[in-house]
Design a protein around this ligand. Structure first.
Ligand code: CP
Length: 317
């Protein structure tokens, strides 16, 4: 594997999950693989889980790890070519990327969508520049349109908890006060569409995701109908994708909050969310605290998805 930015990079999912579960059973089996190798993690945006789980995964593989928060203590970076740099940005990404590449063996990048310019976001300009100019394998720690380490962890979690070969997985939009990117739902849809699960997406009208991510999933505008018989409920907020509302909050309807009454419509479903989660906006306290909530094992599996990906990148050096 040369880079990891989407589901196709990981190859057959059954093999990837089997490898992940093997790693989970013995996290320190490959501590020699990363000896004298350095991972550079670059954050353009905040993180709790991705930062800690990816660093832990690299340490499990024997790597050295450096972390750069671009917006704290580094020069402000210009990302557009052709700009007259007479403002507050002291360095261009086109010099910064190869310099960063010269200090490490593998690069992880987190760079969210700006939610102003759909074309720019969906071209994945930042991570694509890292792939082009760093000279190193690059993996996404959440880019503008996808969060593949999260989706891989979600898949591992579903495989661990499922009690039937073809579970019904429902991804439901839920309200949030701020505009969030579509990366997590896009990516979750992309990964679920690569399985043979029954996959349903439910959201209010106006929150349609990009068709290339929806794929063949059933889209159901009636949340209660969508939840009937579900085995897994995956809650997430996202801002509008469709024009003219790209990147905007067009509803904060708390009628879409996942509560006990909604979960009662399911087949005793497990509740999932990538975290961080706004309680009593996305999900009620009682649902997230219930025994059917698997948000903590889901987050713990971020270490496993990251370790599987970094192991494969190390093996390709
Ligand atoms: N789920 C996730 O990526 O969490 P962080 O934003 O805290 O890394």
């Amino acid at each position: 594997m040369k880079n990891f930015t989407n589901v196709t990079d990981i190859g057959p999912l059954d093999k990837a999950v089997a490898e992940a579960l093997k790693i989970k059973a013995d996290k320190f089996a490959y501590t020699d693989l990363g000896r004298n190798r350095t991972l550079l993690m670059i954050f353009f945006n905040s993180s709790l889980r991705t930062r800690l789980s990816t660093q832990k995964a690299a340490m499990n593989l024997g790597m050295n790890v450096m972390v750069l928060d671009v917006n704290q203590g580094a020069w402000k970076l210009e990302t557009e070519r052709g700009v007259i740099m007479d403002g507050d940005k002291a360095e261009h990404l086109l010099e910064a990327i190869p310099v960063m590449g010269s200090y490490c063996d593998i690069i992880g990048v987190r760079s969210f969508a700006g939610l102003k310019d759909k074309a720019e976001d969906y071209e994945e300009r930042v991570i694509e520049q890292f792939i082009k100019y760093s000279g190193r394998p690059v993996f996404s720690m959440e880019a503008a349109t996808r969060h593949p380490l999260q989706s891989f962890a979600d898949l591992i979690t579903i495989e661990e908890f499922k009690t039937k070969p073809r579970p019904k997985v429902v991804m439901t939009w839920a309200p949030h006060p701020r505009a969030l990117p579509q990366a997590v739902p896009n990516s979750f849809a992309e990964w679920m569409n690569a399985t043979d699960y029954e996959f349903v997406i439910t959201h209010p009208e106006g929150y349609e995701l990009a068709p290339q991510f929806v794929g063949n999933a059933r889209v159901e505008y009636d949340q209660r109908k969508a939840l009937e018989g579900a085995d897994f409920v995956y809650a997430k907020n996202w801002s509008a994708y469709a024009d003219p509302n790209y990147g905007k909050v067009i509803s904060t309807d708390r009628g879409w909050t996942v509560d006990a009454e909604k979960m009662a419509l399911t087949d005793n479903a497990y509740f999932m969310h990538c975290l961080p989660v706004r309680r009593n906006m996305i999900v009620t306290d009682d649902v997230i605290e219930s025994p059917r909530s698997i948000v903590i094992p889901e987050a713990a599996n971020r270490e496993i998805s990251a370790q599987t990906v970094i192991k494969r990148l190390l093996e390709s050096l």
